[in-house]
Design a protein around this ligand. Structure first.
Ligand code: AMP
Length: 209
């Protein structure tokens, strides 16, 4: 199965991705995670994208298209963080069409701005496995330590008020066209992403049936 998770930063895509990945038995491709890893390795790609990521701007379409083409060659996947604009949506269609494939579902995480600002400003992430926590709503059992792999937890550089604002702005500018594109293709599924983790997961499972 090939599924896209789409929503504002902080809408819960990264929280739902591992649950859905287990449920559908397909891997998650998180573009943000792939890019952060490249920045950490200080690779050529990492150096190319670092500045955009720190500002909360989108990395140029041509650059992310290359990364996607290298990564979607799988039986099935959950795509988190791509596409983020109409050009990327069209590019993904082309890439999949070349392989005789297509998307099964586009899941739109609908959420309001106050909720995402609250989630992002208190979000902490595992350095080792990428598991996500919220300092108040979903804290780890032991402060600063990941429940899953005991890795250390940190706050992403771009989860600060100025960059959060910029990332939301970018999302607002680009999102409508992308949602319309998948609605027109008959692939759109919308979930109420203001709800708690288990509730959102139940909605997704129900709507994917
Ligand atoms: P995320 O982890 O999904 O919040 O993404 C973090 C950052 O990675 C974004 O703010 C962008 O700078 C970059 N990024 C992730 N996905 C994309 C994409 N589809 N197109 C361009 N840039 C992206």
């Amino acid at each position: 199965m090939k599924v896209i998770l789409f929503g504002a930063p902080g809408s819960g895509k990264g929280t739902q991705a591992p649950l859905l990945s287990k449920h559908l038995n397909v891997a998650t491709i998180s573009l943000g995670d792939i890019l952060r890893e490249e920045v950490k390795r200080d690779s050529e790609l990492g150096r190319e994208v670092k500045g955009y990521m720190e500002k909360g701007a989108l990395v140029p379409d041509g650059v992310v298209a290359r990364v996607i083409e290298e990564n979607v060659d799988k039986e099935g996947f959950i795509l988190d963080g791509y596409p983020r604009n109409l050009a990327q949506a069209k590019n993904l269609e082309e890439v999949l069409q070349k392989k005789g494939q297509g998307i099964d579902a586009f899941i739109y995480f609908e959420v309001d701005e106050d909720t995402v600002i609250n989630r992002l400003s208190k979000r902490i992430v595992c350095k080792k496995c990428g598991a996500l926590y919220h300092l108040v709503n979903m804290p780890p059992a032991h402060e600063g330590v990941c429940d899953v792999c005991q890795g250390s937890l940190y706050q992403r550089k771009d989860d600060n008020p100025t960059v959060i604002k910029k990332r939301l702005e970018v999302f607002m500018q680009e999102s409508r066209n992308v949602v319309d594109f998948y609605r027109d293709c008959g692939k759109l599924i919308t979930v109420d992403a203001r709800k708690e983790k288990d509730d959102v997961f139940a909605q997704i499972k129900e709507k994917l049936k």
